[in-house]
Design a protein around this ligand. Structure first.
Ligand SMILES: [Zn+2]
Length: 224
């Protein structure tokens, strides 16, 4: 099973840096359309347990507004499932953690949009409260980021939050254990690989779908 990692589904503004984070909506739609034709299923996180062949889990980091505007209609059109990782303390704000580095403010979904996305069947996971490098802050603060974000999302959505995603893919054993202790079932990294290549459910490897990848490259990444 493969887990795809996306960030923005949008056309980048000229001044935006790191344009590989943006997959054009038309490109995203083609990826879903072709993979579906080839017999792939876009599954839910609970399907990580059965790890079926030809399964893909679509993950979206950071909860950008363009998920709501651009990705959601395409996901619905192809009857796919997906999960969005939200920095719970920054809902309705923008990418405060890297807007200077990227030279652009990217809008994040507000609670109303997140609730609507959830009602449409999209899963929501935690991406901490404020998107810090978890290994670089005091352990007590990291614990709070991991635990309080879960609680906040659970309160707002009235559902159990089972998935966590490490900001910047930054974690170590201590951080991983805090995630386990907080009661999550799965945690996602930015390390490249398949579910089979992941050591355990708290260090799940993914495949970053760069905006620069051609369709054959996406298909290649899916089958290897
Ligand atoms: Zn992130």
């Amino acid at each position: 099973m493969k887990i795809f990692m996306y960030h923005n589904i949008d056309i980048p503004l000229k001044e935006a840096k790191l344009k590989s984070l943006y997959v054009k909506p038309s490109k995203f739609e083609t990826q879903l359309k072709v993979l579906k034709k080839l017999g792939y299923n876009f599954v839910k996180t609970e399907d990580l347990e059965n790890n079926q062949k030809k399964s893909i889990l679509l993950t979206f980091d950071d909860g950008f507004k363009d998920f709501y505007d651009n990705a959601l209609p395409i996901i619905k059109k192809y009857n796919a499932n997906a999960i969005v990782f939200v920095p719970a303390g920054l809902v309705g704000s923008f990418n405060q953690w890297d807007y200077e580095k990227l030279n652009i403010r990217k809008k994040l979904m507000n609670w109303e949009e997140i609730k609507r996305v959830y009602k449409e069947g999209i899963e929501i996971g935690s991406h901490t409260l404020t998107h810090p490098f978890l290994t670089k802050i005091p352990k007590e603060r990291a614990k709070k980021e991991i635990q309080d974000s879960k609680k906040m999302l659970e309160d707002m959505l009235s559902t159990e939050i089972t998935c966590f995603c490490y900001p910047y893919g930054d974690y170590n054993e201590t951080i991983r254990d805090l995630v386990i202790e907080a009661g999550y079932k799965y945690a996602f990294t930015t390390k490249e690989g398949s579910l089979e290549q992941s050591d355990n459910f708290y260090e799940i490897k993914r495949i970053m779908i760069s905006g620069f990848y051609s369709l054959p490259k996406v298909l290649w990444k899916t089958i290897i």
